[in-house]
Ligand binder design. Sequence first.
Ligand code: ZN
Length: 391
Amino acid sequence: MRKLYNEDSFLFEFEAVVTGCSYHDKKKLYEISLNQTAFFPEGGGQPSDLGYLYPENQEALIVLDVQEKENQVIHYLEKPIPVDEKLIGKIDSCRRLDFMQQHTGEHILSGLVNKHFGADNVGFHLGLSEVTLDFNKPLELSSLRQLEMLANQAIWQDIPIQAEFPKEEVLVNLDYRSKLELTEDIRIVTIPGFDTCACCAPHLKSTGQVGLLKITNVQAHRGGVRVNILCGRRALEDYTKKQDNIFSISASLSSKQDETAYAVSRLKEETLQIKEENNILQTKLLLEIAKTLPSPEASCHALLIIPPMNDIAIRNMINELTLQYSGYVAVFWGDDVNGYRYLIGSKNRDCREIGTLLKEKFNAKGGGKAPMIQGTAVTTGETLKEIWISL
Ligand SMILES: [Zn+2]
């Protein structure tokens, strides 16, 4: 079987003859082999090509998966094609180009990381939306930013990329990156001046076709780092999405696009201050409302049923009132239709006991410790008043 993708990575249409057709029970698909194919099977971290086969004597068939088995490229289809039938194969070129942009970008950056920091790429994931590179040494974001610039300079230089199977005697003296200890059929992908790496996947013809390489995330990973990158079309789409986002943030904050981080932190500080002021005001308001309660001499318990208010202010007020009332101080906020949230505090009693009573009476949810419990309850203000009178 001739593997055309090794000869020309931009060959997206080809003629072939069926050399094998059998049914795969587990996959419930037909396994088709051809005398030659441009369909790349999954390998080297790169997902398989997809596309169509157009047999001479039947309708077009979708290629659902492509895998390599015993050096044969197997095309998986829902219907069989008779052996010896001639066909035309067409690859989803957008999918292949996208994968090649990400993969060649990965080689450029991995080569640079290896050359400048001696770190190896020990994991490469090329998904439909995410590309990650795992390096076995910790790397600073600032260092990676410098390499990102160098990688893009390599792209702008539009360096021709070579992919070949060197003879053994050449290979012995060649210094190249490799994840596997292979001894035969080693394909070497060379980006002169930047990277030499063993790789079975199709690559772009020159670095310029990568278009753009952008590092989008860096995080610590197994003693090294995991780096997310986006190349070519994906990088542009990501830029557009982020540009739209920043445009909308800067418009709503009336700040310049490159000053939105400062504007957001200032807004956060202001919000925090307003929240603190609000807590103080609401606590004052609640203490005013609490003046309507029977005095601690008349009743040792206190019950307040109020519309929704700030949790912190309610907690502050309960802390104040438990100094005055020896029994339970309870606040229920909400309404009879949607239910209530509650906080109950006490200086002398175990609030978990009244928590149990509320669960028995109307299946209240919640928990806490002896001095204070909290939860939610679907009940009415009238029922609550009755319970408190009976305490
Ligand atoms: Zn590779």
